[in-house]
Design a binder for this molecule. Structure first.
Ligand code: NI
Length: 176
C-alpha cells in the first residue's frame, strides 16, 4: 500500500464530473487500499478519488471506531465504487472540513439521513442507510465525484474570504 499525494483546491481536477467504474478489478482494489491509507495518514474521515487525481467514481469513508481494540481492524471502513444516493430525509447543520481545502472549517446544511447504493470492493451491489456523521461524510465525498466542494454551499462573501485566507496561507508556505 502507498500514501498518495493530495490534490489541493483550486486544482481543476476537483471540478470534474467523474466517470463511473465499469468493472471492479484488482487495480481498483489496490486504489481503494491506497486511498484508505492516504485518508488515515492525513488523517481524515473520507477521501474521494479526484482528491488523489483519479477521476473515477470511488470513495473511502471511515468515521471512527468505538474502542482501541477495534481500531486495528478498521471495522467502519467503507470502500465504495459508483456510490449513488437514492433517498434522503431531513436536514441538519454540522461543521465540515476537507483534506483538499486545509485549515478551513465551515457549518454546512445537509440531509440528516440518506440511503445509498454502490458497488463494494468485490463488485457486488450493496445498499446502506446512514445518519449522523457518516451521512455527512458520504454526502461530502459523493459531491467530490460531481466536482462539488463543501465551500460551494457558502455565500459568495464567505467564499471570497476563504479564497483570501487560502492565498495568504499559500504565500506563507512559499516564503518559509
Ligand atoms: Ni473533501
Amino acid at each position: 500500500m502507498s500514501i498518495l499525494d493530495l490534490v489541493l483546491f483550486p486544482d481543476e481536477r476537483l471540478r470534474v464530473e467523474c466517470a463511473p467504474v465499469e468493472e471492479v478489478t484488482d487495480e481498483i482494489r489496490t486504489l481503494l487500499d491506497d486511498m484508505a491509507e492516504t485518508m488515515y495518514d492525513a488523517p481524515g474521515i473520507g477521501l474521494a478519488a479526484p482528491q488523489i487525481g483519479d477521476l473515477r467514481r470511488i470513495i473511502v469513508v471511515d468515521c471512527g471506531h468505538d474502542s482501541e481494540a477495534e481500531a486495528e481492524h478498521k471495522p467502519n471502513l467503507l470502500k465504495l465504487v459508483n456510490p449513488e444516493i437514492v433517498a434522503s430525509r431531513g436536514s441538519k447543520k454540522s461543521e465540515e472540513g476537507c483534506l483538499s481545502i486545509p485549515e478551513i472549517r465551515e457549518t454546512i446544511k445537509r440531509a440528516e439521513e440518506i440511503d445509498l447504493r454502490a458497488l463494494n470492493e468485490h463488485g457486488e451491489e450493496i445498499e446502506l442507510s446512514a445518519s449522523g456523521l457518516l451521512a455527512v461524510a458520504l454526502q461530502h465525498e459523493i459531491d467530490h465525484l460531481n466536482g462539488v466542494l463543501f465551500i460551494d454551499y457558502l455565500s459568495k462573501l464567505k467564499k471570497q474570504l476563504i479564497r483570501t485566507k487560502l492565498n495568504r496561507l499559500r504565500e506563507l508556505a512559499e516564503t518559509r
